[in-house]
Design a protein around this ligand. Structure first.
Ligand code: HEM
Length: 222
């Protein structure tokens, strides 16, 4: 068995990857440093439960509401999977914001971690984008009118407003095109962006290493 592992390791270099990722040296930190990993955990939960939901959800005006009702009230454990995805969405926003607050308070955005911060800002925007596009998918009254208002707001800036509204709605009115568009962005575009950027964020964290909590300055000798 050991010789097989060694044989594979000589070819794949998995041991080096394992050592670099999981056995790297980290400074002595506190519980606030777990917020990034907690956000990552919820992001993975969203991907897994989201994929499961798409097995039954149909993104068309005549089926969206009915399939969500079916998932919630008839499908075994459907309520549980939907619940994990629903509450996970709020948890992810809250955790990402708390993680960002931690980074600000510890000054961890400073050199050489500017790009970790910038990828983080993009991750937060994508997370909010998930919330906005996901909210329409149940296609109930709340979803319909919230998206009507949301896209209306996007339509208010001068010059570009009307263009943005039409791009978001796929026309002047909220319609089946809007639902298809929001679904496509929610399950294809945003996940691709999110997991690519998480990859870059994690690469930087491993390459640069995380910052140690700042120490109280030494009292000057007088
Ligand atoms: C999907 C969202 C995000 C995930 C999954 C994520 C994940 C992580 C993880 C696992 C760490 C290392 C452990 C830690 O310090 O907590 C980390 C560090 C870091 N993150 Fe995030 N993060 C996210 C969003 C953000 C946001 C919104 C910002 C700021 C705008 C940000 C900025 C940073 C910075 C600067 C570090 C380095 C901290 C240090 O070296 O002490 N991240 N992130």
């Amino acid at each position: 068995m050991t010789s097989l592992v060694n044989w594979l390791d000589e070819r794949f270099g998995l041991n080096t990857i394992w050592e670099t990722i999981f056995r790297r040296k980290v400074p002595k930190v506190n519980w606030f440093y777990t917020l990034g990993s907690a956000t990552l955990f919820v992001a993975i939960n969203q991907a897994v439960t989201g994929i499961l939901l798409t097995l039954y959800y149909v993104p068309t005006p005549d089926h969206a509401y009915a399939t969500v009702q079916y998932i919630t009230y008839e499908l075994p454990a459907g309520w549980f999977i939907r619940g994990l995805h629903h509450y996970g969405a709020s948890a992810m926003v809250i955790l990402a914001v708390l993680h960002m607050v931690r980074v600000v308070f510890y000054g961890a955005y400073k050199y050489p971690r500017e790009m970790t911060w910038i990828t983080g800002v993009l991750l937060l925007l994508i997370t909010v984008g998930f919330g906005f596009t996901g909210y329409l998918l149940p296609w109930d009254q709340k979803a319909y009118w919230a998206t009507t208002v949301g896209t209306e707001i996007a339509g208010t800036p001068p010059l570009v407003g009307d263009f943005m509204l039409r791009v978001m709605r796929g026309g002047q009115e909220l319609s089946e095109v809007t639902l298809a568009r929001f679904f496509g962005v929610h399950v294809w575009v945003l996940p691709a962006l999110l997991f690519t950027l998480i990859g870059v964020h994690m690469y930087l964290i491993i390459r640069i290493g995380i910052s140690a909590p700042p120490k109280k300055e030494e009292e000057p000798n007088e």
